[in-house]
Design a protein around this ligand. Structure first.
Ligand code: ADQ
Length: 463
């Protein structure tokens, strides 16, 4: 079997024999272990030293390099996270465009392809991850790298009307066509991409299902990312910390509502806090009987929009607790720090409701992790935004619109009252979907398709 080379913005090496927390790192390691290979990307450091550091563990080599300050500002903080991230999450209002940042983005992609080239063997399969690296394949072709190259987009793909807000959208999308296979989380994303290719640039869908655009022939497919349900259940069962129902100084038994996210405006946190407050106002019989735990460690805290969302949330949380708390009851626990995976899965298992309401999300693994953590004999209820990719598969969740505050409040009330038989039915239905499209299936099917699809011989990119 040919070697696998994974390229992603960040690399998560095995530390002290352990794979970094989070399903994705585990899935990538398993793929690399099966065929041996390289995981290449940014080390996370900002430094003027451009040398690659290599570390080999078993049959996997981690090859990482630092970015200098200008590259970090333009490629990472700028075009990736202040232009692409908001626009791909349908947030034109939060996006900015700066031509120098775009040029920096292109420059870093070209530099990374050049650094990778000497590490490659001719039959390596190359798998590129996410929006930071859209032009990577074109840069490889320019360097006469002829290996098979696949791309997976972890975030949504927006409709053409939104995408075209990015001034160089044409050039950006042209670079995508140099991949052999492009994978999306849902059919909505794939169709938006196909729409752009056929309507904006008059690409053609061939009889064999492939696409031809900008003189390139390639494939686009849907590969919903999943979790490892057995691993999650084991973690959840082995958690020994705080449990539901919990007792405080009183005899009151309280149910938990739980949410876990990176602190990001796409996750709908402010709307969620407002909905929880509306729930306590409209259904006062639940007061003192529920506690909402929101875990949200900061991310990208040097990007302005992320500072704003943090301030908004702090003020909203203070407002709710100030108005409704009692000496023996705090309605909202807002924890601004990260937790280990066992604790998270344990908290999921003992929470009566998983409250997962992003305004837009590629997939949202937390929704799947919440369900997979449940006790099959007494499962909790998932309240899920229709705008998470996961809603396409987890159709037995209570599906809500995160822009509908009262609708979300009503869903919380319904979830907390739901009879055991209905909870079990919904849980079993969701577990079937989670098992059918788990993390192994995502990785294996994508790589099988990348290895086997035959695309036409491609001309080298222009120098
Ligand atoms: P993210 O936006 O990071 O990922 P998500 O899929 O929900 O979103 O989470 C990724 C992982 O991080 C999960 O395993 C989760 O448990 C963990 N995590 C989240 N918050 C945490 C916290 N507070 N503490 C500790 N761990 C936490 C992007 C896309 C998603 C897509 C994934 C994978 O935005 O839509 O599902 O990639 O493709």
């Amino acid at each position: 079997m040919s070697r696998l080379v994974v390229v992603s913005n960040r690399v998560a090496p095995i530390k002290a024999g352990k794979v970094a927390a989070g399903g994705l790192a585990v899935g990538i390691h398993d793929a690399l272990r099966q065929s041996g290979g390289i995981w290449f990307g940014w080390s996370g450091e900002v430094s003027a030293n451009p040398d690659i550091g290599c570390e080999t563990v078993g049959n996997i080599t981690y090859a990482t390099l630092a970015l200098n300050k200008r590259d970090y500002d333009q490629y990472y903080r700028g075009f990736s996270n202040a232009t692409l991230w908001p626009i791909f999450h349908y947030r034109i209002d939060l996006a900015r465009y700066n031509r120098e940042e775009y040029e920096g983005y292109r420059r870093v992609n070209a530099m990374l392809a050049e650094k990778l080239k000497p590490l490659l063997k001719p039959d390596d399969i190359i798998w590129i991850h996410d929006y930071h690296l859209i032009p990577f394949a074109e840069e490889c072709r320019r360097l006469s790298i002829r290996n098979r190259i696949g791309f997976f987009l972890h975030i949504p793909f927006p409709p053409p009307e939104i995408l075209t807000v990015i001034p160089p959208h044409n050039e950006l999308l042209r670079t995508l066509c140099y991949y052999d296979l492009i994978g999306f989380q849902t059919d909505t994303d794939r169709l938006a991409f196909q729409d752009y290719m056929t309507r904006e640039v008059r690409g053609v869908i061939e009889a064999d299902g492939s696409l031809t655009a900008y003189g390139q022939n390639f494939r686009a497919g849907v590969y919903p990312i999943g979790v490892v349900p057995e691993e999650i259940r084991e973690l959840a069962e082995s958690y020994k910390g705080r449990r539901r129902p919990m007792r405080r100084n009183t005899d009151v038994l309280r149910k938990n509502i739980i949410s876990v996210d990176r602190l990001d405006y796409s996750k709908g946190l402010v709307e969620r806090f407002k909905a929880y407050e509306a729930f306590l106002d409209r259904f006062p019989e639940h007061r003192r009987l529920v506690e909402f735990i929101q875990i949200a460690p900061t991310s990208r805290s040097d990007v302005k929009t992320y500072q704003t969302i943090r301030q908004q949330l702090e003020s909203e949380a203070g407002h709710i607790n100030g108005r409704l708390s009692d000496l023996d009851w705090t309605p909202l626990h807002y924890l601004n720090k990260s937790h280990d995976r066992r604790t998270l899965m344990g908290l999921f298992r003992y929470a009566a409701v998983g409250f997962v309401t992003p305004l837009r999300d590629g997939m949202n693994l937390v929704a799947k992790e919440y369900v997979a953590s449940q006790n099959p004999e007494d499962p909790g209820v998932l309240v899920l935004s229709r705008f998470a990719g996961a809603a396409k598969e987890l159709t037995s969740a209570l599906i809500v619109n995160p822009y509908d505050c009262i609708g979300m409040a009503e869903a919380l009330d319904r979830a907390l009252r739901m009879p055991l038989a209905e909870r079990k039915d919904r849980y079993e239905h969701m577990m079937r979907a989670i098992r059918a499209a788990d993390l192994d299936a995502w990785r294996d099917i994508f790589l099988r398709d990348l290895r086997t699809f035959s695309s036409r011989p491609r001309p080298a990119a222009k120098k």
